[in-house]
Design a protein around this ligand. Structure first.
Ligand SMILES: C[S@@+](CC[C@H](N)C(=O)[O-])C[C@H]1O[C@@H](n2cnc3c(N)ncnc32)[C@H](O)[C@@H]1O
Length: 207
């Protein structure tokens, strides 16, 4: 399978793969903050399957927040919150200013850090370290390079297509992401190989 099919179709496909892995890290109580929820496919799915754990979606793009609201309006999920506007590069995230409900124990982020400038990865790590408690989980999913190399021909082609769209985008090397995480105050907990040359990468706050 190539990486040509992106966006909604990709989110529908990978959510079942992610579900199996994610189940192990779902906190016992508390809330989950999703960063870059896109059109809300994963939020709707995981708020259903992991109910009553609270799922808080977020998205920087207002049009996508509206798409999410339209999707969520058809559901009756008391644990699925209204999406909030959140840009990871902000010095303070809205949940640091105003948060009600069970403490945020996990941050979930799928397919963002390679489709955004490197500053988004740094912002994600810094924000996760500020928002999460000790041992709180930052769960990442997406394609990564390893030891400076692409892990498949498809990933290489995808990287080229991303850089053609925006020179600041592109696949990140897992070692660079780990270094950024450790500077922010997180430690690598687990790397799990996923279908189509993706990884699930789990970090924990060390403070
Ligand atoms: C490829 S989409 C992935 C959406 C969703 N996670 C999914 O898997 O379908 C990348 C997302 O990253 C978001 N994004 C890019 N830069 C961001 C930033 N600085 N802060 C928060 N979200 C950002 C975009 O708005 C977009 O929704």
């Amino acid at each position: 399978m190539t990486r040509k099919a992106r966006g909604g179709a990709a989110a529908d496909r990978n959510r079942d793969d992610i579900h199996t892995v994610l189940a192990e890290f779902i906190p016992d109580g508390g809330s989950i903050l999703e960063i870059a929820s896109g059109d809300g496919q994963h939020a709707a799915h995981f708020a259903t399957t992991f109910a009553p754990t609270v799922w808080q979606p977020s998205e920087r793009d207002p049009a996508r927040r509206e798409a999410m609201r339209a999707r969520f309006a058809k559901l009756d999920l008391p644990n699925l919150r209204d999406p909030i506007a959140l840009d990871v590069t902000a010095d303070r995230w809205p949940v640091e200013i105003d948060w009600s409900g069970a403490p945020i124990r996990m941050i979930y982020n799928v397919n963002m850090i390679h489709i955004a400038p490197w500053s988004a990865c740094l912002g994600l790590m810094a924000g996760a370290a500020r928002v999460l408690p000790a041992e709180g989980v930052l769960f990442l999913y997406g394609p990564f390079n390893r030891d400076g190399r692409f892990t498949s021909v498809g990933n290489k082609a995808f990287d080229i297509s991303l850089r053609a769209r925006n020179s600041e985008w592109g696949l990140r090397d897992l070692s660079d992401v780990c270094e950024a995480s450790s500077t922010a105050g997180l430690a690598l907990d687990r790397v799990i190989e996923m279908p189509v040359n993706n990884l699930s990468v789990v970090f924990r706050v060390t403070k």
